[in-house]
Design a protein. Structure first.
Length: 244
C-alpha cells in the first residue's frame, strides 16, 4: 500500500485540527489513501478526553503572557504540550485497509514501535512501559526512565487522527507548565539530551534527520511504501481550504 507523507513545517494547532478534519472526511470517502502529516506546533497545551484541568500547573495569566493556548480535543490521554523542536505526527489511516484489520491497541503499539526504531537510529535505546502509553528511555543505574514521546489517538469509523509527539530538541522547561500526561513521578527528555555526544556511528539528531527516520520506520512498521508529497494540494482534494 501507498502512504502519502507531507511535511507541513510549523502549523498553528487550530489550523492543524481543521486540516485533519478535512483529511478524515476525504479518507472516509476514499478520495485519498492513508496519509501521514509531520509538523511542528507553536507552544500549545492540549487536553485529551481523559484529562484533568488540575494537571495544568500554570495560571491562565502566565499562559497568556507566554502565548500558550489551550485546546480541548477528542484524542485519548491527558494533558500534553506541543512546541517548537517537537516532531508531531498525525496519521490519517483507515484501519480497515490493513490485512488483517488493525485494532486500536495494535495500532498504538505500532506507533510506539515506529518511534522506538527511530530513536535507535540515533543511538538512543527506548522502550514501552506497561500501562503507560508512549515511548520511554531505558533507565541506567539510579536514573529512572524518562518519556521521550507521547501518543494520543482518536479513531472513528475505522479512521485514525491525532497521533504522536517526539521530543527532538524541545525546550523542556515548557513541560513545567503541566503534569505531562498526568504522570508526576517521571520526567520528560529529548533526543538531543539522550544521544552520546562522543558517538560517531550514528547520525546527529537534527530535525531533518529525525523526520526521515520516522518516515522510514513508519513505512516499514505499517508495511506501506512512503510517497513524499510537496504539499496538501498534491492530494488533489476538491476542498478549496486545502489548496495552496
Amino acid at each position: 500500500m501507498i502512504l502519502n507523507l507531507i511535511h507541513l513545517g510549523r502549523v498553528d494547532y487550530a489550523a492543524a485540527l481543521d486540516i485533519q478534519r478535512q483529511l478524515i472526511e476525504a479518507r472516509h470517502a476514499q478520495r485519498i489513501g492513508n496519509t501521514l502529516l509531520l509538523l511542528e506546533h507553536p507552544p500549545v497545551l492540549t487536553l485529551g478526553r481523559n484529562s484533568s484541568r488540575s494537571n495544568i500547573l500554570a495560571s491562565d495569566d502566565l499562559l497568556a503572557r507566554r502565548g500558550v493556548r489551550i485546546h480541548e480535543i477528542n484524542r485519548g490521554g491527558d494533558v500534553t504540550y506541543h512546541g517548537p523542536g517537537q516532531l508531531v505526527g498525525y496519521p490519517i489511516l483507515d484501519l480497515r485497509s490493513f490485512t488483517p484489520r488493525l485494532g486500536a491497541i495494535d495500532y498504538v503499539r505500532r506507533l510506539e514501535e515506529t518511534l522506538i526504531r527511530a530513536c535507535s537510529d540515533f543511538g538512543v535505546p527506548a522502550q514501552r512501559i506497561a500501562g503507560r502509553t508512549g515511548v520511554w528511555t531505558i533507565p541506567g543505574g539510579a536514573i529512572p526512565e524518562k518519556k521521550i514521546a507521547a501518543i494520543g489517538v482518536h479513531i472513528a469509523r475505522g479512521i485514525t487522527s491525532h497521533g504522536f509527539a517526539l521530543n527532538v530538541n524541545t525546550d523542556l522547561r515548557d513541560f513545567d507548565l503541566i503534569v505531562p500526561c498526568g504522570i508526576s513521578d517521571r520526567s520528560v527528555t529529548g533526543l538531543d539530551l539522550e544521544v552520546d555526544p562522543h558517538a560517531t556511528i550514528h547520525p546527529a539528531p537534527t530535525f531533518e534527520n529525525v523526520i526521515h527516520a520516522v518516515a522510514r520506520h513508519f513505512g516499514r512498521v505499517f508495511d506501506h511504501q512512503v510517497l513524499w508529497l510537496e504539499s496538501l494540494s498534491d492530494l488533489n482534494l476538491e476542498e478549496p481550504a486545502l489548496q495552496n
